[in-house]
Design a protein around this ligand. Sequence first.
Ligand code: BGC
Length: 421
Amino acid sequence: MKFSRRAAVAIVGVAALFGAAACGSDDDGDGGNTKDVEVFTWWADGGEKAGLDGLVSTFDTDCADYTFVNGAVAGGAGANAKQVLASRLQQGDPPDTFQAHSGQELTDYINAGQIEDLSADYKTWGLDTAFPQGLIDNLTVDGKIYSVPANIHRANVVWANTKVLTEAGITEDATTLDQFIANLEALKAKGVAAPLAVGKDWTQLMLLEAVLITDLGPEKFTGLWDGSTDWSSADVTKGIEDYKTLLGYSNADRDTLDWTDAEKLVMDGKAGYQLMGDWEAADLDTKGFKEYSYSAFPGNATAFQWLADGFVLPKGAKNAEGTRCWLKTVGSAEGQKAFNTKKGSIPARTDAVATDYPEYQQSAIADWKKGTQVPSCAHGAACAQGLQGALNSAVGKFSTDLDVETFQKALVAAASQFIKK
Ligand code: BGC
């Protein structure tokens, strides 16, 4: 495995990297070796890196003519990576492939003409029949498919430190918001510093989305993203008030923490719960933390809030054939198993064998089949990057002023700017 110099710089500091990317030349110091396939992700540590390593091991076997170059830029949900990527794409210096969420986030790249149509490759590799029809429909834009999904993640999961809960006398998973708040109150009474661990911007948007799924129900929640549900409704006001109540049980330094910092509060027994996507299962396992439990966010019932990570072939990639070999690996049964058993996600392919997977993923595979699927905006399935950015900045502001009316106005304004009915 090689580590691209660009990415190494990026992990030290995004600002520094803009300078490196700006030169627009091959700065790997290897003279532009066309065997290299630079894979750009934000999977730099813990369970995310373990998943990537799994995929790379399959690539190394199946694509022995090519060399994987790690272009990872650290930062949860691509907080830093997406800025670096935008800059590189703008300057005509794309990586050979990059990670992008299926759904609306992908249409950003399609509309900008930055990625290639892979429909013919889908047929050659048998991917047109390997993925569920619903996912194929979601990926198809004007009859073309532009990315290969590696997985399906679930966003609306609550992770808990079982020891902390037991010490506070909590023995059951909360299935309603009222029960959840009672449990948070019990943790507070027991002296737990942050009953609910929360991180910055996108992690707050995830929490807000989960509360809205509870208060609106899956159908109306989904309608928030196509303009059929009104952001100014009383249901949304109730959701914001409930969300505010939950923030009241969180750590005061939430606006400075990435998701792994908030996760550490749970691992260290300083928090009882954290709402986070199921990459947390793999991350806790990789870190050797065993005293945890998981359940759907209270009141989300059978709603499975989904998102999918995929890879694309950027226009102007230096090694398009090497990238095709990477993409074929990503879509293959072996690649999906090597990746997903380590990443906390479930395979996008329908031919996976559930018993090959750790306990958490086995439950997620069952929930995915029987649940109601709702998309995630914080992770690009439900909304494009413009709306996502506007919502992230609105939740950030609300985290400081806690002004419900101003917050709802900001949500309404963002929706009316970015959602075309
Ligand atoms: C990605 C996951 C990743 C998570 C945290 C999400 O947007 O889809 O693969 O683990 O962010 O970084």
